[in-house]
Design a protein around this ligand. Structure first.
Ligand code: COA
Length: 235
């Protein structure tokens, strides 16, 4: 269960707020998935926290979440795939032990990992973001989203800042899920949000190499609590 953070209490929760047991939500996406969430802020000394310290702690907690999720899946499936450390590739991507695949994300609040076996999935991508403030959202919205995409997401998320955060997170999840197969960078206009519901974001794939890989459309699941949104792409 993700603990409710002390800060951001004043942030109005989006309409579709789901009390966030993110692990349960992630694992409900598919049989053969395991997930783990570890706190980040609580693992730092708040008084002396610097961006460098925070990043190091977040990365360590992300690796712990990955190890915990792999351990859990191996126990559940009695899988022969052996556990091992998760490395880092030259493009920042996690390098999983043989037979495994997965994804890692961290924010100032939490680190999350979702894992599965290569025989069951082609790619997994997870992302968590703290809700953007309206000011920050205004600064970044045009780089990440189109006006049309924001209009699609607004009725579900209740404010433009929440809508921009959600689209951003979903696109990051898609990038993480597909990069290992594509081995190519792709930008925020590679996919376009065309439909949004309380649990899923539906995208049309605009960039041909990605379309060749996974088809014309794709879905990303989302959940949120007062401080964060979590998105996950499974394919
Ligand atoms: C790589 C990227 C997605 C990471 O997202 P982020 O929000 O900055 O950071 P997060 O904490 O959520 O995720 C970091 C984790 O992503 C993973 N990651 C980094 N690069 C990756 C890649 N190329 N492929 C898959 N996973 C990657 C790593 O596990 C990393 O954690 P670690 O360093 O502890 O191992 C982001 O920095 C980026 O480059 N985005 C631009 C590309 C994009 O999103 N395009 C949109 C396509 S629709």
């Amino acid at each position: 269960m993700v603990k409710k953070p002390e800060k951001n209490r004043d942030v109005v929760a989006p309409q579709m707020e789901a009390e966030g047991d993110f692990v349960e939500h992630l694992e409900s996406q598919s049989v053969g998935l395991a997930a783990a969430v570890f706190p980040v802020l609580e693992a730092t000394n708040r008084a002396t926290e610097t961006p460098v310290v925070w990043r190091k702690v977040a990365q360590e907690q992300g690796r712990r979440a990955a190890a915990a999720a792999m351990w859990k899946l191996q126990e559940t499936l009695n899988s022969p795939a052996s556990l091992g450390p998760v490395g880092r590739g030259d493009q920042g991507e996690p390098l999983w032990p043989p037979g495994w695949l997965g994804s890692i994300s961290h924010s100032k609040e939490l680190a999350v990992s979702v894992v599965g076996l290569e025989k069951d999935f082609r790619g997994l991508g997870v992302d968590t973001e703290l809700w953007l403030s309206p000011e920050r959202s205004k600064r970044v919205r045009r780089r990440i989203t189109s006006e049309q995409e924001r209009a699609v997401a607004l009725p579900v998320f209740g404010s433009e800042a929440y809508a921009v955060t959600a689209i951003f997170s979903a696109k990051e999840s898609v990038y993480k899920a597909h990069f290992p197969a594509l081995r190519r960078f792709f930008g925020f206009d590679a996919i376009e949000l065309v439909k949004a519901s309380a649990t899923q974001l539906h995208f049309q794939v605009r960039w041909k190499p990605l379309r060749d890989l996974c088809g014309d459309s794709l879905k990303v699941a989302h959940w949120s609590d007062r401080s964060s949104i979590l998105t996950c792409r499974v394919w």
